[in-house]
Design a protein around this ligand. Structure first.
Ligand code: SAM
Length: 328
């Protein structure tokens, strides 16, 4: 049987994570972070292991070295292991951004942002899967990437993911709606957390705060992303389909009218989501600035299932045509 390099590497991540999980009595995802760190440091960092486990770990690490793999193979193998771990502990708002969406956002970034050197932020970086999928598509470009995430374990996985893929990403482990001490960026990509933000005091600092009760985290994330992108910079955000239908939508409309130019809204196929209420779209906006003009027509599309190659090709052609008409 032919085993692909991704499966091969997944087997190393998985076997060694299981060994560490059993011996350390932690969760699979915590053990995955431990084994990822071992692989990166080329050393077994846990001191409390039995000799047998150390031997088994060494054997597994030696059998399959990272140097034989591309960044994408490493990302995919690590992604498979994270998915396995997430099945054990499902947290709806922690879900990793699927490959296909990351590829599409990477494609859009390439089309909208031709610069060969730019700064990129993901303020809800999670496991880093979306950010590194996008980075892996930016060939021959120098991208300074920044990720921020509130969850300790996810950001640990993200920085290990980045290390294994050799991406020098700057990470911040914090609530991204608190002040972010970063220089302005040119592009934001993010799969936004959806729902209420519990910290009303912090929310009070935002134009889109709710008049009563908790504010929508996804609205505040849009505003925070806009604060950190330079004039004329782009945001590619995964947002809920009902973004413009909630009771808070008038505020969002007003905010966008004042600060941004809407470039596009691409609805992802419903089949990608458990149910239609959790379905999402890719929202493309540009921060207002000198020489920023609204497109003749906003790019609107319902994306077909991303496995339907012919239909997808048609939509990508539509996007390409739209870009050549609107982004000269
Ligand atoms: N793109 C990520 C990936 O590929 O793994 C997944 C993003 S997930 C849909 C949303 C992320 O937002 C979660 O990881 C969650 O922990 C994070 N999050 C939620 N509220 C946050 C906050 N206030 N500050 C920073 N991160 C937050």
């Amino acid at each position: 049987m032919n085993i692909s390099p991704v499966e091969d590497l997944f087997t190393v991540f998985n076997e060694t994570a299981v060994l560490l999980q059993e011996e350390l009595g932690c969760t699979y995802l915590e053990a995955l972070a431990e084994t990822g760190e071992n692989i990166f440091q080329q050393s077994i960092l846990q001191k409390e292991l039995s000799e047998l486990t150390v031997r088994r770990l060494k054997k597994s690490y030696e059998a399959n070295q990272l140097t034989h793999h591309t960044k994408e193979q490493i990302r995919k193998a690590f992604q498979l292991a994270i998915l396995k771990g997430m099945k054990e502990h499902t947290q709806p708002n922690h879900q990793m951004t699927p490959d296909s969406v990351g590829m599409l956002i990477g494609y859009l970034v390439n089309k909208f942002v031709p610069a060969d050197h730019y700064r990129l932020l993901d303020p809800a970086v999670g496991t880093g899967n979306l950010l590194t999928t996008v980075l892996n598509q930016q060939e021959n470009k120098r991208v300074e990437a920044i990720g921020s995430e509130v969850d300790d374990l996810l950001i640990k996985l993200a920085y290990i993911n980045a290390n294994l893929q050799e991406h020098p990403i700057q990470f911040y482990n914090q609530d991204s709606l608190e002040p972010l001490f970063i220089e302005p960026v040119d592009v934001v990509v993010s799969d936004l957390p959806v729902g209420y933000y519990p910290n009303d005091l912090r929310a009070a600092d935002y134009e889109m705060k709710a008049d009563e009760g908790h504010s929508y985290a996804h609205h505040l994330f849009i505003e925070q992303s806009m604060r950190h992108v330079r004039d004329g910079g782009y945001l590619f955000l995964m947002v809920p389909n009902g973004l413009f239908e909630s009771t808070e939508a008038p505020k969002l409309n007003e905010y966008l009218k004042n600060h941004a130019v809407i470039q596009g809204l691409l609805q992802l196929p419903l089949t990608m989501f458990k149910n239609s209420s959790t379905a999402k779209s890719i929202f493309i906006i540009q921060k207002k600035g000198k020489n920023v003009v609204p497109p003749k027509q906003v790019l609107l599309a319902e994306l077909p299932s991303l496995s339907k190659a012919v239909e997808l090709e048609k939509i990508l052609m539509k996007i390409d045509n739209w870009i050549s008409e609107n982004k000269k």
